[in-house]
Design a protein around this ligand. Structure first.
Ligand code: AR6
Length: 350
């Protein structure tokens, strides 16, 4: 089961368990703790009192009371001092303990806030890395739907800080829809011009100031349309489908289906649908998730996209960010999703 990053108030999450960023006393407090206690009602505090204290890096579980979840897992993250006081290990431990409790309670879904990143002062970018690292590690071994719930805008404006190289790549490559349309129009004109039967030198003579048609850098090469001849020719143009290419690549890479869909952050049920239906039409983000899981090169990624009727464009930040990671040989889907999320884009997989 995959990992989802969502913007929401955690008290509204309908899942088996939500995690509370609690303190050692387990008596409620501010931030997410206050919001959870207010929404759950007095029964939650009454049960918390029976649990005694909770050490930093540990977690305890209660019922959900008036919340739309069965359990609240109260996890105590560390207070940030300077990063030299074992904060990272304690934060990891708080996530691991919470996940272990969720497993014990047979939870299929769980929602986390970004522990320690509010009143406890853990820098949000570092807190996010720790959270995603723990989820990634857990999901390799277990099936659970994990939500990381980000509440405030600040945490979502992290792109430039967390991924300066990605930000630069977007700056260098993002051209917006207006320029894409201009370039397309220019290509059409230049194609029309070069298809004229008048020879170019004659043309140059007739219009001496007219430069030879130029291609924009990055524009697709102008190709002559192929006319299918025989039936055999026509049949040979029918390509393998997306699903067939996916299965072929899995075999070529020597990995199992489960390794592939887990690495792609794709749900097992969705993978089964794709596997059993050669004509399955996936979403673009699903194709790209598999391209990342299979560590395809950029041309191979383009090929796989094409089979599902898509291509990468320079007018989409989403495409540019994924392209950046593929070009850089960074195939960790959680890192890519972290970057996509930080730049306010849709995520890969699911
Ligand atoms: N839903 C999701 N996330 C939220 C919500 C919400 N409703 N409200 C805040 N956040 P914090 P901590 C985010 O301070 O740093 C309490 O007083 C928030 O933006 O709640 O672990 C406890 O009693 C931030 O990113 O928890 C402890 O004494 C993240 O949740 C202490 O604060 C965590 O912020 C714990 O501090």
């Amino acid at each position: 089961m995959p990992l989802l990053l969502v913007r929401n108030d955690i008290t509204k999450m309908k899942c088996d368990a939500i995690v509370n960023a609690a303190n050692n006393g387990l008596r409620g407090g501010g931030g997410v703790d206050g919001a959870i206690h207010r929404a759950a009602g007095i029964g939650l505090l009454a049960e918390c009192i029976t649990l005694g204290k909770c050490e930093t890096g540990k977690a305890k579980v209660t019922g959900g009371y008036n919340l739309p979840c069965r359990y609240v897992i109260h996890a105590v993250g560390p207070i940030w001092k300077d990063g030299e006081h074992g904060e990272e290990e304690l934060l990891r431990s708080a996530y691991r303990e919470s996940l272990a409790l969720a497993l014990e309670k047979n939870c299929e879904s769980i929602a986390f806030p970004l522990l320690s990143s509010g009143a406890y002062g853990y820098p949000k970018d570092l807190a996010m890395k720790v959270a995603l690292g723990c989820f990634n590690e857990f999901l390799l071994e277990h099936e659970m739907l994990i939500y990381l719930v980000i509440f405030d805008k600040e945490a979502t404006a992290l792109g430039e800080k967390l991924f300066p190289n990605v930000a630069k790549y977007i700056d260098d490559n993002y051209i917006g829809i207006k320029r894409v349309l201009e370039e397309r129009r220019f290509r059409e004109i230049s194609e029309e011009f070069s298809n004229r039967s008048v020879p170019m030198d004659c043309c140059a003579e007739a219009m001496p100031c007219m430069p030879a048609p130029k291609r924009f850098a990055g524009a697709a090469p102008l190709q002559k349309k192929k006319e299918p001849g025989s039936l055999e020719d026509a049949l040979s143009m029918i390509d393998e489908s997306f699903s067939e290419m996916l299965l072929r690549k899995i075999t070529e890479k020597g990995i199992t289906d489960a390794q592939c869909y887990k690495k792609a952050n794709v749900d097992r049920k969705l993978f089964s649908k794709i596997r059993s239906n050669p004509g399955y039409h996936p979403k673009k983000k699903t194709v790209l998730a598999f391209a990342v899981a299979l560590e395809l090169s950029l041309p191979e990624t383009e090929e796989m996209l094409l089979k599902a009727g898509y291509s990468l464009t320079k007018s989409s930040k989403f495409d540019i960010i994924v392209e950046y990671f593929i070009k850089s040989g960074i195939y960790d889907i959680f890192t890519i999703n972290e970057a996509l999320f930080s730049f306010d884009q849709d995520l890969l997989g699911f």
